[in-house]
Structure formats: C-alpha cells, structure tokens
Design a protein around this ligand. Structure first.
Ligand SMILES: Cc1cc2nc3c(=O)[nH]c(=O)nc-3n(C[C@H](O)[C@H](O)[C@H](O)COP(=O)(O)OP(=O)(O)OC[C@H]3O[C@@H](n4cnc5c(N)ncnc54)[C@H](O)[C@@H]3O)c2cc1C
Length: 466
C-alpha cells in the first residue's frame, strides 16, 4: 500500500492503527468527501487520508499526533448529514468511527445502554429490542449514534419522544489536545457543574471526538396504530396538528405532506392516493384502549378543524409501507425531478406558528418562481422545504438562496430556528448571527477555548479566522 498522498507521508498513521485501518485510495477519499446533502448540490471536499480507529486509545494517538503535525481531524459517522457538517474543508484526516460500533453494556433495569459512537441506529434498536427497549429519535437514514449525537438529530418521533439530546446522559470525549474527558453519569439527573454533555451534543464534532455514549432508552410501545388524514388544504393539515397537540393528543408520528409530494408518490410509488394535503399519523401506547382513545380524539379534532377532511386508519402492513415511503421521500422526490440539484430547508417554529410558516413558505416559493415541496415532522413544528434547481445555473441558484433567506427570516420572526435537526455545518452558517446575535461570540469563545488551533472539523457552525 502506498503511504503517501500529496506532500504527506502517512506511515505514522498505519504504524499506529495498522495498514488496513488507513485508506488513501481515490474511492475512499471521494466517499468521505461528500455527505448526502452536499452531494445533491454537487459539492465536495476531499480528505487527504481516512483512518478507521477501533479504540479510544487509537483516537487519542491520531488526535495527538495530528495536533503535533498541525493536521486537521474530522470525525465521520455514516456521512448522511445534509449540510456539509463533517466535510473536511481543509483536507487532513477523516476519522471514520464505523469500526467503533460495539454495545459496551446494557442496563435494562435502568432503561440505559452504553455504546461506541459508530453503531448504527437500526443495529442498536435491533439489539435492545430483546430487552423491550428502543432509541426513539428516527432520522430515517441509517445514521450512527455518534453522528446523531453530534448533530442532535431527531426526525419522525420527536414530538412525542424528544430529540437525541434528551437521551444522552454522559459522554467520553477526546479533546483536541488528546486529553480524554468523561461527562455526565448514569444517574438520570445531576446538578453537578456545567452541562458539558449538552455542550458536545450538537457540536458537530467541532469540540472533540466522542468515543463513548451513555444513553437512556424508552420502553417499546405495546400497541401501534397508523392512520392517514387527508385535508382540504395544507393549511388545514398544519392547523390539525396544532389542534391535536392542544387537545392533549401527541401522535408518535405526524408527517405533513403537501399535494405535490402526493403527486410524486403516486407517480413514483403507485400509491394511488387522493392528491390532497396529507398527514401520516402514528399513535402508540401501552394498551389498545388507550391508543384507540387517542385515535378517536384525533379524529374529532381533525373533523372540527376541517369538516372536509378524511381520516382513515391503516392496517399494520399498510402503516409499515407508509412509514417506509416517508423515510424514502427525499430520494424519491430527487429521482422524479428533471433538475439536477436539491436544497433541503429545515426551519422549525413553535407549533402555534406552524401554519404561518407553511403559508409564508408557499408565498415565498411562488415569489421566487421556484419548484418546492413542503413536508415536515409537523408535530414538533419542523418544516422541510425541498427546492429543486440547477446549482450550476447562477441565476436560478441565487433565487433558491434568496428564497431560503426569506423562509429563514420568517421562521426567526415566528420565534423559531433555522435548523431543527440537520445542524449548521457549512450550509447554515450564514444564518447564525441573525439567529443568535452576540451569542455567536460565546460559541467562538468556546471553540477557541477547547480547540485553539481549530484542528477539529474546522469551518463549521461559526466562522473564526484561521
Ligand atoms: C434521506 C435522509 C433523511 C434524513 N432525515 C433526517 C431526519 O428526519 N432527522 C434528522 O435529524 N436528520 C435527518 N437526516 C440527516 C442525518 O441522517 C442526521 O444528521 C444524522 O445524525 C447524521 O448521522 P451520521 O452518522 O451520518 O453522521 P455524519 O454525517 O457522518 O456526521 C455528522 C456530524 O457528526 C460529526 N461526528 C460523527 N461522529 C462523531 C463522533 N464520534 N464524535 C464527534 N463528532 C462526530 C461529524 O463530524 C459531523 O459533523 C437525514 C438524512 C438523509 C440522507
């Protein structure tokens, strides 16, 4: 194996980790130079080398030696980010954590598990199901737990079950100077000092490399029912979600799809659904009676909000199929488009303003003459807007970015956030000052305190002169 790329000799890395834990071939570099979001915008940043550590000690060795040599280190989970969160903008080493994928211990009596960061969410859930437990946040994509913690990911279940941050009790982290710290504990509450665990959750690997995660889990629900709500308009669908939550019904899933999304599903997946704004709903609980009560209350709220709405329950098989269709929607819409690129927005607002955001988005897309799809994890106020365009057409892409600016401005006006779950990465940095004002200076100070040379995943979240 050649141990050189560019001016670097990587023998020290293969000496430390072993030959088969270091990749320099074009394919590996390309694979670690694009994430799911930026790939669909035709953007990439290649690393110089990819390393696959298997232990915390190996991570320490790589980080220490990289620091000594002034090399950048960027952690990598499964590469399913949407905003260039883990792209090696300044080359250096990508630390692919996929071989650190063990479950360290399970504590069923405490509803807890300790894992290495490279374990995939589906694999974790398969393993803990035998204890009647699961990790609810569900991005749909096969993400690693380390990547989910670092992006504070959520997805379809968060209105009822919360986001990744709510499940993290403690972390082991390798800092930029190679020191290993442990944050938190297995106690479910603690008033012991600054919330360092919370600091690393959502830090996108800019403050340290996470090598171990202590997490809470939830009991698997005994009963799960699916349903579909079909509405007179998208506004009615958005209002119905707020109505349900206001009435004390929190569906485990409430996915909003606009009429255009339904058209694409009918064309691509032969769903044969009425072309109406739709809510994909899931209700779960510990008994059939409790779940059926929720379903009936939801039916009543929906009829009240929109007398023209249709509410149908799904069989378990249908519900499984509908859920799979939802998880595959991004790729399905992308495939169906004649445009080569896609921009995915991720604004989130308080549920009472959700309908306002949906309306404003429609007006803004129209004003900029863009083709956009609205879908979202409606229960937690998260609206994804998928805008199809050609990033190589400067005039068209400028309109996409102007529309994004306008939609984010509205989300902030409605007391929301630019990103509910995808994180900041490179793509959303330009909104950070508008959203956080002087607090961005605090973020810069934290980064510089922990990583003064900006060795770990540089250029993300906030700009700092290098
Ligand atoms: C089709 C599709 C649907 C999606 N839907 C959702 C959704 O509904 N909700 C949602 O939240 N997200 C969604 N995402 C985005 C993505 O799946 C999540 O952000 C996920 O958390 C990324 O995990 P990953 O393992 O791929 O991490 P990566 O993309 O590899 O990395 C994510 C970030 O974490 C850092 N990182 C990774 N591992 C570590 C570590 N051990 N220590 C420190 N830093 C680390 C990286 O540097 C990077 O900054 C979707 C993506 C796709 C492709």
């Amino acid at each position: 194996m050649s141990t050189e790329t560019g001016a670097q000799d990587w023998r020290w890395l293969s000496d430390a980790l072993g030959d088969d834990a270091v990749a320099l071939d074009e394919h590996s570099l390309a694979q670690h130079g694009k994430d799911e979001g930026f790939a669909r915008q035709g953007r990439k940043f290649l690393p110089e080398v990819v390393a696959f550590p298997q232990t915390t000690d190996e991570v320490v060795t790589v980080v220490r030696e990289a620091a000594r040599r002034g090399l950048r280190v960027t952690a990598w989970g499964a590469g399913t980010s949407m905003e260039g969160n883990g792209l090696p903008t300044r080359g250096g080493i990508v630390l692919d954590m996929s071989r650190m994928n063990r479950i360290v211990s399970v504590h069923p009596e405490d509803l807890q598990v300790v894992v290495e960061p490279g374990i995939l969410r589906p694999d974790l859930n398969e393993q803990v199901a035998r204890h009647g437990l699961f990790f609810p946040p569900d991005p749909g994509a096969p993400a690693t737990i380390g990547g989910m913690v670092s992006n504070n990911a959520s997805g379809t279940k968060s209105a009822k079950y919360g986001v990744t941050r709510d499940y993290v009790l403690g972390l082991e982290v390798v800092l930029a100077d190679g020191i290993v710290i442990r944050t938190g504990s297995r106690a479910i509450k603690s008033a012991s000092g600054y919330n360092l665990t919370g600091l690393f959750v959502g830090a996108e690997g800019t403050l340290g490399v996470i090598t171990r995660i202590t997490m809470r889990l939830a009991p698997l629900p005994a009963v799960v029912h699916g349903a579909l709500g079909r509405f007179s308009s998208l506004d009615h669908a958005a209002k119905a979600v707020a109505g349900m939550i206001g009435a004390g019904v929190t569906p485990a899933m409430s996915e909003l799809l606009d009429e255009q999304v339904i058209r694409v599903l009918n064309a691509e997946q032969e769903t044969g659904w009425p072309e109406r704004a739709t809510l994909l709903l899931e209700f779960d609980g510990s008994s059939t009676a409790a779940v059926e009560d929720e379903l009936e209350l939801a039916r009543a709220v929906i009829a009240d909000v929109d007398p023209g709405a249709e509410f149908v329950t799904s069989s378990p098989d249908e519900h499984r199929r509908v859920t799979a269709l939802r998880h595959g929607l991004g790729p399905t819409i992308f495939r169906s488009s004649s445009k080569p690129h896609i921009k995915v927005l991720d604004s989130t607002v308080p549920i009472s303003r959700y309908v306002d955001l949906v309306r404003a988005t429609r007006t803004i897309l129209g004003a900029h003459g863009l083709e956009g799809f609205q879908l979202g994890h409606a229960g937690d106020g998260n609206l994804h807007v998928l805008i199809l365009a050609d990033a190589k057409d400067p005039e068209e892409w400028a309109r996409v970015e102007l529309a994004e600016d306008d939609i984010v401005e509205k989300a902030l006006e409605f007391e929301g956030t630019t990103t509910g779950e995808h994180g900041v990465g490179l793509g959303r940095k330009r909104f950070m000052e508008a959203e956080h004002g002087r607090a961005t200076d605090v973020m810069r100070a934290i980064k510089l305190a922990l990583d003064p040379e900006q060795l770990l995943n540089p250029d993300k979240i906030v700009d700092i002169e290098l």
